[in-house]
Design a protein around this ligand. Sequence first.
Ligand code: BGC
Length: 764
Amino acid sequence: MSEQIQTIITKMTLEEKAALCTGLTWWTTTPVERLGVPELIFSDGPHGLRRAPEIHQETQESLPATCFPTASCSGSTWDVDLIREMGEALAEECIALNVDVLLGPGTNMKRSPLCGRNFEYFSEDPYLAGEMAASLINGMQSKGVGASLKHFAANNQEFQRFSISSEVDERTLREIYLPAFEKAVKKAKPWTVMCSYNKVNGTYASENVHLLTEILKKEWGFEGLVISDWGAVHDRVAALKGGLDLEMPGPQAWRVKAVVEAVRSGKLNESVLDESVRRILNIVFRAQETPKNGTFDVDAHHELAHKIASEGMVLLKNNGLLPLKGQHHIAVIGRSAETPHFQGGGSSHVNPTRVSVPFEEIKVHTGGAELSYAEGYPADNSFHQELIDEAVVLAQSAEVAVLLIALPPYTESEGYDRPDINLTVQQIELIKAVSKVQPRTVVVLNNGAPVAMDSWIDGVAAVLEGWMMGQAGGEAIADVLFGKINPCGKLAETFPIKLTDTPAYINWPGGAGVVRYGEGMFIGYRYYDAKKMPVQFPFGFGLSYTTFAYGNAKASKTTFKDVEGVMVTVDVTNTGKVAGKEIVQVYVHDQKSRLVRPEKELKGFAKVELQPGETKSVSIPLDFRAFAYYHPSYKQWITEDGDFDLLIAASAADIRQTLTVTLESTLSLPCILDKHSTIREWMDDPQGKIVFASFYEEIKAQSRKVFGNEDEDLEHKNTGGLDMLDMIGDMPLVSVLMFQQNELPRPAEEIVDELLMKVHLLGR
Ligand code: BGC
């Protein structure tokens, strides 16, 4: 193939090459008929296909396709096999509807619960998000349909999304905002990666050399094509130079012209264009290997959507009321019981093949019991006391009230963020009023991101987070409520008590073209851990109708080399009366490191199914990256010798077993000392420490008083309770010397230069 592509490139005119790098229509690339290059067809994404009936036109209406649960729900399954199946099913629909590349998954971090598109993203944690994205892509691509991993990168809000600059330091990028992309790229090799609209540190993602070329293509070895988000290109030539291969949508004749002129005038090297052409042709021809035709199994896919929804729902509170059993009269309250709310707004909006209605599905489970319905709240956020009064009367007359609460459908959407995390005033008053007269009240939430609950949660008996649950969500809700399915989802994001508690709160959403990621690496549980702040529900939390015990935790080695990693094994027992699934999480805590690190970080997990009384041994591998952190000065991931705690947990706040292991770093790091390095940095560098120690001895031998009283070694010197190293450790060596210039035979700078020279000689 590469030879065939090479031949085509040599036959292409400059105009044809430039045209290939910009779309022809909203969804298709430019074919080169005379050379047998067909078009490539895209469609949204990410949790269902939004295929325009006439692919060469942009229409609002799309062909019917399965609306799978949004990532808010599928992310909470923590089930990589299930999400792989979802990927396969999405690909089958692409094949049936003639689509080559599906625009998804989205794997941006949930920096704030306010981001309008959070429902399209998996998690606040990069490890979990990366695993889920990789599995979905692997599923899709195993069937010969391409994925588009989006939106690369640091696109964590909708406010000014076309122009804002996400100001984020390199370490935070590497440790929080990039790893989910990195994992998906390395593990699943997506055919395409979609750059985001925003700028990152002042440069549009669409022309960002650092992101697209240095990191994505060179460091991570991405071989596919980089596509623009729709309309994300501002300067076509700069974008090509930055590593953006394909601009979408088209047509954009003037962009093609600009590229041709840039090559002719020497502003753009033709080899840069050729490289993008090569990448695009690779994917165009790969797509041809999958014949597109036929139909997809509508029923089977609906059933899969049902399964994913039931595994992604999270039982947040249950005082024993659930599962429902033996009631004679159930009041079902809330308009989303009749008008299901199962997806968000924007480009991900799917025209579902069918929709299950929660009220009807609940009916299936209730046998002969009386089931009554009250609307409870309107479609918008207006207030109607009479709807509350009606619901209260109904709830009082029933044995149980099931409240289905969905935010007004326009609240969560692409294009804008939420102003707050509250339910509507009507919904809050409704929950309070109903639960006051009917303590046996269950609240089922339908939303794509956390909502505040502190004003009403104490009054209700149970809360089920149903998310934006896809077209089959109604069945899943009923199955969970009545115990046909034992809930097994766990939160992929923290539920805060209130908005002002959230990590990005004071920097959100920015202004004057800039949003500062001031909280750095501390988003989600990393932030709440660091602040020791209570939350409504922690990351990784979810209840079951059974209970699980953890025991016998072991590490494969107590001392290990970073490159070899370590295997954690733990026995999990179902100690309840019904079968269930548990999600075992492993967090890593570094006991001591030179740079600040989060208190703990998720580095492995496994979902295990257990019959009552059954025990299974779960093994979770931890590799180099589980222990490493990105050091901005070394510009690489590094490990440090030392002890790490492995926290085996049922949630970020429920550590069941702790192991301590000792890591031996195999890295030999380059020396990064320079003229301005501090004394402590000298002491931390292996060669620096040797050179500095001999210089210190020399000073002592000459009884010079440069570092105070030179009669002991500096590390152990104690001057009246004050450690000398504490006092001067964070001063540049050169500054300490300059203060004592009279004691020195040569200028301080010269001495430091000499010492640096010695360090470099030693390092050879
Ligand atoms: C969205 C993308 C989407 C594209 C095509 C953009 O506005 O940000 O996620 O894939 O449109 O519809």
